[in-house]
Ligand binder design. Sequence first.
Ligand code: PLP
Length: 355
Amino acid sequence: MSYFRSDIEAMEGYTPGYQPKGSGWVKLNTNENPYPPSPRVLKALRKAVSEDLRKYPGPMADAFREAAADVLGTSPDCILCGNGSDDLLNMAVRAFCEQGAPVAFPYPTYSLYVTLAQIQGARAVRVEFPQDYRLPPELAGTGAPLTILCNPNAPSGTMVCPEEVARLAENLDGVLIVDEAYAEFASANCLDLHRRMDNVIVMRTMSKSYSLAGLRFGYALASRALIRGLAKVKDSYNVDALAIAGATAAIRDQLYLQDNVERIRATRRHMRAALQDLGFECLPSETNFVLARPPEPFAAEALFQELFNRRILVRYFDEPRLDEWLRITVGSEKEVEALLNTLKEIIAAARTGDA
Ligand SMILES: Cc1ncc(COP(=O)(O)O)c(C=O)c1O
């Protein structure tokens, strides 16, 4: 007998990327930023530790909302903060989807969307991306109260242009979340849609481009009405005082962000070209990772394992559409060199073995 709801008993739960114990790993499996956050973050955290811990944090994280509104050219009332953008996605599924209601998204994508739908008792409607990861036209016709578009998409790294996203939003009856977890690495974004469309929520995270995955902070941008409604389902103090202080300092330091992002884009160009030289097929990437298919005769899973044995972690997904590919985070220049040298060794050893 189980104490759980039957659907919770039956579901698998979300599987996060592997976090290895000990040192000596080259960790290219969870799209973390290889560089530290802005020094201003550490300064703000020290101050918050000495001054802010005794009291509850501001329930709406107003310090961050004001800073982000300034930087992004919007109103603080159009911003809602979350304990990572996962928290905001969770709020949205709870706020918009009754039991049994569809939550639609193109697939393959960020697997948490399925988990959140399952927890809510909603129905995940996967609309398959075509091979080139363009927007599938059927996505506009599901009738779902909530559609989620990860853009740029994970784990493909590809992107749909803002004009097409706007057309999709126009054609939907329900709400469209544009999950922009990787937008700062991309050549365009959909930020503007939250100002002109009343059914669009743009979600951002501080985990990737701001190097703050451990702090847990994300934010949503939308009309005042959508933000007010979403705020009803949030935990009372969903972001803590240290996270508010750190995230506020980080978003104010746009010069640091730009330098960090430029460095990663340059490494991405190098890593993608070098992988192609080794015979990998690489999808175009607008993110801090590359989805790459190993050359014959290497199977993605076996290569994942060979790299793992040499303490290099990349991401392998054992599921349709993805099981021939590896998702590789753009690490530091040094980490990427280690990856490329190891791949060269593995490929050379296999060729010698063949001869
Ligand atoms: C597409 C996508 N959305 C959201 C998130 C969650 O970000 P956060 O760390 O802010 O919860 C991730 C993290 O990997 C992601 O890949």
